[in-house]
Ligand binder design. Structure first.
Ligand code: EPZ
Length: 431
């Protein structure tokens, strides 16, 4: 080709080079849950004794959270997959803006800081590509517990009035079952004086994991995993040694990898009830699902279109909407995907269309017409789960794809190309 512009590797952004069409075989291991480990790390602030958290995934988000906690005086030591955190010496009560702004979960530290020290200054977590990500529910809950909260110049300042500097139990009804707000209020209430009830609480497994660890630290939390959580405040919490639940979103992503490559694959460890809605949709679209005491095996059949609407747990998780849509673009027949949790979480549609997918979007609804095959293309993921969706689509596409957006992907998936290559994929990482 005359004057073809040779784009040399070094001018490309970091990307994965993915050979499509490989069958997968064998078993893939699931790491600890990112969205649990992050909040458990902030819960270590609630005690002046060491908290050891095992099965912590090796992710960039975990490293950012560790740096934020270090900034406020928590010591953090990693030994293999375990973190030991000690908040005995917390000093600084307002972590630096640029760190907090890069990690939404760091805002969840406001509850424990208020509980422990009676005050906190946390920058508002930025919105992101998938939505505005407000924190009004968090603030409403903290105010209900007696905190004085103001938001100025992008920083949330909270303090507990009175000599005791102790929050007071209250009855709180959330406008929406926000995961983060439920976790923030939970961590603020465990050391409050009196009883707190959270109604319309988020029921996600990560909320249940937090409640379990808090109770092992001496808290009195009842009802996590249901719509109403009751917390009887205690004077102090002690250290503990806790292991994070397996990451249900990573597990679901690997199950979709098996389905989209039409491969039989075992994924473990998996807690099946953490993925009920997803396993049901995999069955509905033509896969056999075998559940054993440690994991799940997917045996693909002819993949047919299904309809999906994202809901709070135990409904279909928004974090698997993009990965599952990649599968549906290769299904026989039509599918309708409705995103009801975040207002802007269909950006992966344009990238899937570049690979030949047939999708029309109206508002928060995507209408998908399955195609016999996708074609490899240079694509990128605009957020963590969109990047995962592009990787999955590339596994099934004809030809070799280039997937950019590794900074997003590495936030939520530890060594994803190594794990998939260990079961038969051909993925090369170009830094
Ligand atoms: C958690 O985010 C997860 N992140 C998200 O995972 C996940 O998508 C989300 O829960 C929903 O399951 C972590 O746990 C670190 P929400 P969170 O508050 O807590 C609205 C991933 O890919 N809302 O439950 O921020 C909000 O705008 C990430 O791993 C309010 O309106 O989610 C959204 O529409 C992405 N006001 C809906 O609730 C508030 O005060 C769900 O948000 C708070 C939230």
């Amino acid at each position: 080709m005359p004057n073809a512009v040779q784009v040399s590797q070094q001018t490309l952004k970091p990307h994965l080079e993915i050979e499509g069409g490989c069958r997968l075989k064998g078993e893939i291991t699931v790491s600890g849950a990112k969205n649990s480990a992050l909040v458990l790390m902030t819960a270590s602030i609630l005690t002046n004794e060491p908290v050891r958290i095992e099965n912590v995934p090796e992710l960039s988000d975990i490293n950012v959270m560790a740096n934020i906690l270090l900034e406020i005086g928590v010591t953090v030591k990693r030994n293999s997959d375990a973190l030991t955190l000690n908040a005995a010496g917390i000093s600084q009560l307002n972590p630096p803006y640029e760190l907090v702004n890069s990690l939404r979960a760091s805002f969840f530290a406001i509850g424990p800081l208020l509980s422990r020290r009676g005050q906190a200054k946390i920058p508002l977590p930025g919105g992101c590509r998938i939505g505005a990500r407000p924190v009004l529910e968090h603030i409403r809950g903290l105010k209900a517990l007696g905190a004085v909260v103001s938001v100025e110049h992008g920083v949330v300042s909270a303090s507990v009035p009175g000599i005791s500097k102790r929050l007071k139990g209250a009855s709180i009804v959330l406008d929406c079952p926000s995961v983060g707000a439920t976790e923030t209020i939970l961590m603020a209430a465990v050391l409050a004086e009196g009883v707190t009830t959270i109604s319309n609480a988020a029921q996600e497994p990560e909320v249940q994991d937090l409640a379990r660890m808090l109770n092992e630290m001496g808290a009195q939390v009842v009802g996590a995993g249901g719509p109403t959580i009751t917390i009887k405040g205690v004077k102090q919490l002690h250290g503990t040694n806790y292991s994070v639940i397996p990451d249900r979103i990573e597990a679901g992503t690997f199950l979709v990898a098996a389905a989209i490559t039409r491969s039989k694959l075992r994924v473990s460890p998996v807690i099946p009830e953490h993925l009920s809605a997803v396993l049901q949709k995999l069955r509905d679209c033509g896969c056999q699902i075998q559940i054993d005491d440690e994991g799940v095996t997917l045996i693909p059949g002819e993949i047919v279109g299904v309809d999906i609407t994202t809901q709070p747990f135990p409904g279909f998780p928004t974090d698997l909407q993009a990965p599952f849509m990649a599968l549906l673009t290769t299904a026989k027949g039509t599918s309708v995907v409705t995103e009801k949790i975040f207002e802007n979480r269909l950006q992966h549609v344009a990238e899937l269309q570049r690979m030949g997918a047939s999708i029309k979007v109206q508002g928060n609804i995507a209408f998908i017409e399955g195609v016999p095959s996708l074609s490899a293309a240079p694509v990128s993921g605009s957020d963590l789960r969109a990047a995962a969706a592009m990787l999955l689509a590339s596994l099934a596409a004809n030809g070799t794809s280039r997937v950019e957006g590794l900074s997003h992907l590495d936030r939520g998936y530890a060594h994803i190309e190594m794990k998939l290559n260990s079961v038969g994929s051909h993925i090369l990482r170009h830094q």
